[in-house]
Design a protein around this ligand. Structure first.
Ligand code: NAD
Length: 310
Protein backbone atom coordinates (compact mmCIF):
# COMPACT_ATOMS: atom_id res chain seq x y z
CA UNK A 1 0.00 0.00 0.00
CA UNK A 2 1.69 3.16 -1.27
CA UNK A 3 0.44 6.60 -0.23
CA UNK A 4 1.62 9.88 -1.75
CA UNK A 5 0.66 12.70 0.62
CA UNK A 6 1.18 15.70 -1.61
CA UNK A 7 1.27 14.78 -5.27
CA UNK A 8 0.11 18.21 -6.41
CA UNK A 9 3.63 19.55 -6.78
CA UNK A 10 4.54 16.73 -9.12
CA UNK A 11 1.47 16.13 -11.10
CA UNK A 12 -0.09 18.89 -13.13
CA UNK A 13 -0.85 16.12 -15.62
CA UNK A 14 2.38 16.14 -17.57
CA UNK A 15 4.30 13.32 -15.88
CA UNK A 16 3.55 9.68 -15.23
CA UNK A 17 3.08 7.76 -11.94
CA UNK A 18 3.19 4.48 -13.87
CA UNK A 19 6.39 3.09 -12.31
CA UNK A 20 4.99 3.44 -8.77
CA UNK A 21 1.63 2.01 -9.83
CA UNK A 22 3.44 -1.15 -10.96
CA UNK A 23 4.74 -1.71 -7.43
CA UNK A 24 1.61 -1.62 -5.33
CA UNK A 25 -1.77 -0.15 -4.60
CA UNK A 26 -1.10 3.55 -5.15
CA UNK A 27 -3.15 6.39 -3.63
CA UNK A 28 -2.08 9.90 -4.59
CA UNK A 29 -3.49 12.77 -2.52
CA UNK A 30 -3.16 16.22 -3.95
CA UNK A 31 -2.37 17.80 -0.56
CA UNK A 32 -2.61 16.64 3.04
CA UNK A 33 -3.21 18.88 6.04
CA UNK A 34 -1.24 18.03 9.22
CA UNK A 35 -4.41 16.81 10.93
CA UNK A 36 -5.14 14.43 8.00
CA UNK A 37 -1.71 12.74 7.88
CA UNK A 38 -2.33 10.05 10.47
CA UNK A 39 -5.62 8.85 9.00
CA UNK A 40 -4.13 8.63 5.49
CA UNK A 41 -0.97 6.69 6.31
CA UNK A 42 -1.82 4.56 9.34
CA UNK A 43 -2.11 1.36 7.29
CA UNK A 44 0.39 2.27 4.55
CA UNK A 45 3.58 0.30 3.87
CA UNK A 46 5.21 3.07 1.86
CA UNK A 47 4.72 6.82 2.20
CA UNK A 48 5.90 9.51 -0.17
CA UNK A 49 6.04 13.15 0.88
CA UNK A 50 7.27 16.28 -0.79
CA UNK A 51 6.50 18.98 1.78
CA UNK A 52 4.14 17.32 4.29
CA UNK A 53 6.04 16.85 7.59
CA UNK A 54 6.32 13.35 9.07
CA UNK A 55 6.91 13.79 12.78
CA UNK A 56 8.07 11.39 15.50
CA UNK A 57 4.56 11.40 16.98
CA UNK A 58 2.98 10.30 13.68
CA UNK A 59 5.65 7.70 12.87
CA UNK A 60 5.39 6.11 16.30
CA UNK A 61 1.70 5.38 15.69
CA UNK A 62 1.97 4.22 12.06
CA UNK A 63 3.71 0.90 12.67
CA UNK A 64 3.09 -0.59 9.22
CA UNK A 65 5.34 1.95 7.44
CA UNK A 66 8.55 0.39 6.18
CA UNK A 67 9.80 2.97 3.69
CA UNK A 68 9.49 6.74 3.37
CA UNK A 69 10.37 8.34 0.08
CA UNK A 70 11.06 12.07 0.24
CA UNK A 71 10.18 13.52 -3.14
CA UNK A 72 12.90 16.16 -2.77
CA UNK A 73 16.60 16.62 -2.08
CA UNK A 74 16.31 18.34 1.33
CA UNK A 75 14.80 15.88 3.82
CA UNK A 76 14.39 18.11 6.88
CA UNK A 77 10.58 17.55 6.85
CA UNK A 78 11.00 13.95 8.06
CA UNK A 79 12.15 13.14 11.59
CA UNK A 80 14.91 10.87 10.33
CA UNK A 81 16.20 10.02 13.81
CA UNK A 82 12.75 8.79 14.84
CA UNK A 83 12.45 6.81 11.58
CA UNK A 84 15.84 5.22 12.21
CA UNK A 85 14.84 4.21 15.74
CA UNK A 86 11.63 2.67 14.39
CA UNK A 87 13.49 0.78 11.65
CA UNK A 88 11.90 2.77 8.80
CA UNK A 89 14.14 3.41 5.80
CA UNK A 90 14.12 6.96 4.45
CA UNK A 91 15.34 7.84 0.95
CA UNK A 92 15.68 11.31 -0.48
CA UNK A 93 16.43 12.10 -4.13
CA UNK A 94 19.72 13.92 -4.26
CA UNK A 95 20.43 14.69 -7.87
CA UNK A 96 17.24 14.94 -9.92
CA UNK A 97 17.26 18.72 -10.08
CA UNK A 98 20.87 19.84 -9.89
CA UNK A 99 20.78 21.55 -13.29
CA UNK A 100 17.36 23.11 -12.67
CA UNK A 101 18.16 24.53 -9.22
CA UNK A 102 21.55 25.90 -10.32
CA UNK A 103 19.94 27.43 -13.42
CA UNK A 104 17.33 29.04 -11.17
CA UNK A 105 19.97 30.50 -8.83
CA UNK A 106 21.60 32.09 -11.87
CA UNK A 107 18.20 33.29 -13.13
CA UNK A 108 17.59 34.99 -9.76
CA UNK A 109 21.05 36.56 -9.89
CA UNK A 110 20.56 37.80 -13.46
CA UNK A 111 17.17 39.24 -12.50
CA UNK A 112 18.81 41.17 -9.63
CA UNK A 113 21.44 42.44 -12.08
CA UNK A 114 19.14 43.28 -14.99
CA UNK A 115 15.57 43.63 -13.62
CA UNK A 116 14.27 42.20 -16.88
CA UNK A 117 10.75 41.83 -15.48
CA UNK A 118 10.62 45.43 -14.21
CA UNK A 119 11.94 46.86 -17.48
CA UNK A 120 9.49 44.80 -19.49
CA UNK A 121 6.66 46.05 -17.25
CA UNK A 122 7.84 49.66 -17.89
CA UNK A 123 7.63 49.13 -21.64
CA UNK A 124 4.18 47.54 -21.38
CA UNK A 125 3.04 50.58 -19.37
CA UNK A 126 4.09 52.73 -22.32
CA UNK A 127 7.29 53.94 -20.65
CA UNK A 128 10.05 53.16 -23.18
CA UNK A 129 12.48 55.82 -21.99
CA UNK A 130 12.79 59.55 -21.57
CA UNK A 131 15.85 61.68 -20.91
CA UNK A 132 14.80 62.60 -17.38
CA UNK A 133 13.35 59.29 -16.33
CA UNK A 134 15.08 56.33 -17.87
CA UNK A 135 13.81 53.30 -16.07
CA UNK A 136 17.34 52.11 -15.47
CA UNK A 137 17.96 54.96 -13.02
CA UNK A 138 15.40 53.25 -10.82
CA UNK A 139 16.59 49.77 -11.69
CA UNK A 140 20.32 50.04 -12.39
CA UNK A 141 22.07 47.25 -14.25
CA UNK A 142 25.11 45.37 -12.92
CA UNK A 143 27.86 43.54 -14.80
CA UNK A 144 29.06 40.26 -13.29
CA UNK A 145 32.29 39.61 -15.22
CA UNK A 146 35.29 39.99 -12.92
CA UNK A 147 33.17 39.94 -9.77
CA UNK A 148 33.38 37.30 -7.04
CA UNK A 149 30.67 34.81 -6.17
CA UNK A 150 30.77 33.22 -2.72
CA UNK A 151 29.15 29.79 -2.74
CA UNK A 152 28.11 28.50 0.70
CA UNK A 153 27.70 24.73 0.36
CA UNK A 154 29.83 23.47 -2.52
CA UNK A 155 27.96 20.25 -3.29
CA UNK A 156 26.16 19.31 -6.48
CA UNK A 157 24.06 22.46 -6.90
CA UNK A 158 26.74 24.80 -5.54
CA UNK A 159 29.31 23.42 -8.01
CA UNK A 160 26.91 23.65 -10.96
CA UNK A 161 25.97 27.23 -10.05
CA UNK A 162 29.68 28.07 -9.82
CA UNK A 163 30.32 26.48 -13.23
CA UNK A 164 27.73 28.71 -14.89
CA UNK A 165 28.91 31.80 -12.97
CA UNK A 166 32.45 31.20 -14.19
CA UNK A 167 31.14 31.15 -17.76
CA UNK A 168 29.86 34.67 -17.03
CA UNK A 169 33.40 35.65 -16.03
CA UNK A 170 32.97 35.41 -12.26
CA UNK A 171 35.56 34.15 -9.77
CA UNK A 172 34.42 31.68 -7.12
CA UNK A 173 35.10 31.40 -3.40
CA UNK A 174 33.61 28.21 -2.01
CA UNK A 175 32.83 27.40 1.61
CA UNK A 176 31.97 23.84 2.59
CA UNK A 177 32.18 21.67 5.67
CA UNK A 178 34.06 19.10 3.54
CA UNK A 179 36.67 20.29 1.05
CA UNK A 180 37.66 18.44 -2.12
CA UNK A 181 40.74 20.28 -3.31
CA UNK A 182 40.56 18.58 -6.72
CA UNK A 183 37.63 20.93 -7.44
CA UNK A 184 39.87 24.01 -7.18
CA UNK A 185 40.92 25.79 -10.38
CA UNK A 186 42.49 29.11 -11.35
CA UNK A 187 39.10 30.83 -10.91
CA UNK A 188 37.65 28.74 -8.08
CA UNK A 189 39.08 28.05 -4.63
CA UNK A 190 37.90 27.19 -1.14
CA UNK A 191 37.85 29.89 1.55
CA UNK A 192 36.93 30.14 5.20
CA UNK A 193 33.46 31.58 5.78
CA UNK A 194 34.81 34.92 7.03
CA UNK A 195 36.97 35.46 3.93
CA UNK A 196 34.03 34.55 1.67
CA UNK A 197 31.79 37.04 3.48
CA UNK A 198 34.32 39.86 3.22
CA UNK A 199 35.36 39.35 -0.42
CA UNK A 200 32.20 38.30 -2.28
CA UNK A 201 30.07 40.58 -4.47
CA UNK A 202 27.39 37.88 -4.67
CA UNK A 203 26.68 35.24 -2.02
CA UNK A 204 24.61 32.20 -2.96
CA UNK A 205 23.41 29.55 -0.52
CA UNK A 206 23.53 25.86 -1.43
CA UNK A 207 24.08 24.06 1.88
CA UNK A 208 21.39 21.87 3.48
CA UNK A 209 19.39 23.07 6.48
CA UNK A 210 21.17 21.66 9.53
CA UNK A 211 21.44 23.06 13.08
CA UNK A 212 24.95 24.19 12.03
CA UNK A 213 23.66 26.13 8.99
CA UNK A 214 20.39 27.53 10.38
CA UNK A 215 20.60 31.33 10.40
CA UNK A 216 24.02 31.36 8.72
CA UNK A 217 23.02 34.70 7.15
CA UNK A 218 22.36 36.98 10.11
CA UNK A 219 23.16 40.44 11.49
CA UNK A 220 26.75 39.50 12.34
CA UNK A 221 27.60 37.75 9.07
CA UNK A 222 25.89 40.49 7.02
CA UNK A 223 27.99 43.14 8.83
CA UNK A 224 31.14 41.46 7.44
CA UNK A 225 29.88 41.57 3.83
CA UNK A 226 30.70 44.21 1.18
CA UNK A 227 28.28 47.11 0.96
CA UNK A 228 25.80 46.43 -1.84
CA UNK A 229 26.35 42.64 -1.81
CA UNK A 230 23.72 40.53 -3.59
CA UNK A 231 22.33 37.46 -1.78
CA UNK A 232 20.68 34.46 -3.45
CA UNK A 233 18.93 31.62 -1.62
CA UNK A 234 17.27 28.74 -3.41
CA UNK A 235 18.29 26.21 -0.77
CA UNK A 236 16.19 26.50 2.43
CA UNK A 237 14.51 29.54 4.00
CA UNK A 238 15.74 29.19 7.61
CA UNK A 239 19.37 29.57 6.44
CA UNK A 240 18.59 33.31 6.61
CA UNK A 241 17.43 35.32 9.63
CA UNK A 242 14.81 37.17 7.63
CA UNK A 243 14.43 40.14 10.03
CA UNK A 244 18.18 40.79 9.71
CA UNK A 245 18.11 40.55 5.92
CA UNK A 246 15.09 42.89 5.76
CA UNK A 247 16.94 45.49 7.83
CA UNK A 248 20.09 45.18 5.70
CA UNK A 249 18.08 45.51 2.46
CA UNK A 250 16.19 48.54 3.73
CA UNK A 251 19.40 50.25 4.91
CA UNK A 252 21.10 49.50 1.56
CA UNK A 253 23.87 47.43 3.17
CA UNK A 254 22.65 44.53 1.05
CA UNK A 255 22.02 45.72 -2.52
CA UNK A 256 19.50 43.06 -3.42
CA UNK A 257 18.32 39.61 -2.47
CA UNK A 258 16.46 36.91 -4.36
CA UNK A 259 14.99 33.94 -2.55
CA UNK A 260 13.01 30.92 -3.76
CA UNK A 261 12.52 29.68 -0.19
CA UNK A 262 11.36 31.35 3.04
CA UNK A 263 11.28 30.44 6.74
CA UNK A 264 7.64 29.31 6.67
CA UNK A 265 6.09 28.01 3.46
CA UNK A 266 3.67 28.97 2.08
CA UNK A 267 4.90 32.46 2.97
CA UNK A 268 3.09 34.19 5.85
CA UNK A 269 1.85 37.66 5.14
CA UNK A 270 3.88 38.92 8.13
CA UNK A 271 7.14 37.56 6.68
CA UNK A 272 9.75 40.33 7.20
CA UNK A 273 11.01 40.03 3.62
CA UNK A 274 7.66 41.30 2.34
CA UNK A 275 8.62 44.66 3.89
CA UNK A 276 12.07 44.76 2.30
CA UNK A 277 13.37 46.84 -0.62
CA UNK A 278 15.07 45.18 -3.59
CA UNK A 279 13.93 41.68 -2.89
CA UNK A 280 12.65 39.03 -5.29
CA UNK A 281 10.65 36.15 -3.79
CA UNK A 282 9.54 33.10 -5.78
CA UNK A 283 7.35 30.25 -4.41
CA UNK A 284 9.87 27.36 -4.06
CA UNK A 285 9.86 26.46 -7.73
CA UNK A 286 13.55 26.10 -8.58
CA UNK A 287 13.20 22.32 -8.78
CA UNK A 288 10.11 22.24 -10.94
CA UNK A 289 10.85 22.08 -14.69
CA UNK A 290 8.97 19.13 -16.20
CA UNK A 291 12.25 17.38 -17.00
CA UNK A 292 13.28 17.46 -13.32
CA UNK A 293 9.89 16.31 -12.06
CA UNK A 294 9.90 13.28 -14.37
CA UNK A 295 13.48 12.47 -13.27
CA UNK A 296 12.35 12.78 -9.64
CA UNK A 297 9.49 10.36 -10.24
CA UNK A 298 11.74 7.82 -11.98
CA UNK A 299 14.33 7.92 -9.17
CA UNK A 300 11.58 7.69 -6.51
CA UNK A 301 10.40 4.45 -8.13
CA UNK A 302 13.99 3.15 -8.47
CA UNK A 303 14.60 3.81 -4.75
CA UNK A 304 11.54 1.77 -3.80
CA UNK A 305 12.58 -1.01 -6.19
CA UNK A 306 16.02 -1.14 -4.52
CA UNK A 307 14.36 -1.25 -1.09
CA UNK A 308 12.02 -4.08 -2.12
CA UNK A 309 14.94 -6.02 -3.60
CA UNK A 310 16.78 -5.64 -0.30
P1 NAD B 1 24.66 18.30 -1.74
O1 NAD B 1 24.55 17.36 -0.59
O2 NAD B 1 25.25 17.81 -3.01
O3 NAD B 1 25.50 19.59 -1.29
C1 NAD B 1 25.39 20.20 -0.05
C2 NAD B 1 26.78 20.66 0.37
O4 NAD B 1 26.66 21.39 1.60
C3 NAD B 1 27.75 19.49 0.62
O5 NAD B 1 28.94 19.68 -0.12
C4 NAD B 1 28.00 19.56 2.13
O6 NAD B 1 29.31 19.16 2.48
C5 NAD B 1 27.76 21.04 2.40
N1 NAD B 1 27.53 21.31 3.81
C6 NAD B 1 26.95 20.52 4.74
N2 NAD B 1 26.97 21.12 5.94
C7 NAD B 1 27.60 22.30 5.77
C8 NAD B 1 27.93 23.36 6.63
N3 NAD B 1 27.65 23.30 7.94
N4 NAD B 1 28.57 24.43 6.12
C9 NAD B 1 28.87 24.47 4.80
N5 NAD B 1 28.58 23.50 3.92
C10 NAD B 1 27.95 22.43 4.41
O7 NAD B 1 23.19 18.87 -1.97
P2 NAD B 1 22.64 19.62 -3.28
O8 NAD B 1 22.03 18.63 -4.21
O9 NAD B 1 23.69 20.53 -3.80
O10 NAD B 1 21.43 20.46 -2.64
C11 NAD B 1 21.69 21.54 -1.76
C12 NAD B 1 20.41 22.02 -1.13
O11 NAD B 1 19.58 22.61 -2.14
C13 NAD B 1 19.50 20.94 -0.54
O12 NAD B 1 19.88 20.58 0.78
C14 NAD B 1 18.14 21.58 -0.56
O13 NAD B 1 17.90 22.21 0.68
C15 NAD B 1 18.25 22.63 -1.66
N6 NAD B 1 17.33 22.38 -2.79
C16 NAD B 1 16.39 23.32 -3.09
C17 NAD B 1 15.52 23.11 -4.16
C18 NAD B 1 14.49 24.16 -4.58
O14 NAD B 1 13.56 23.84 -5.33
N7 NAD B 1 14.60 25.40 -4.17
C19 NAD B 1 15.59 21.91 -4.89
C20 NAD B 1 16.56 20.98 -4.57
C21 NAD B 1 17.44 21.22 -3.51
Amino acid sequence: KIVVLDGYTLNPGDISWEELEKMGQLTVYDRTKPEEVLERIKTADVVYTNKTPLTKEVLEVCRSIKFIGVLATGYNIVDVEAAKTLGIKVANIPSYGTAAVAQFAIALLLELCHHVGEHSDCVKRGDWSSSKDWCFWNHPLTELAGKTMGVIGFGRIGQETARIAQALGMKILAYDAYQRTELETETCRYAELDELLVRSDVITLHCPLFPSTKGIINKETIAKMKDGVLIINDSRGPLIVEEDLRDALNSGKVGGAAVDVVSTEPIRMDNPLLEAKNVIITPHIAWAPRESRQRLMNIAADNLKCFLEG
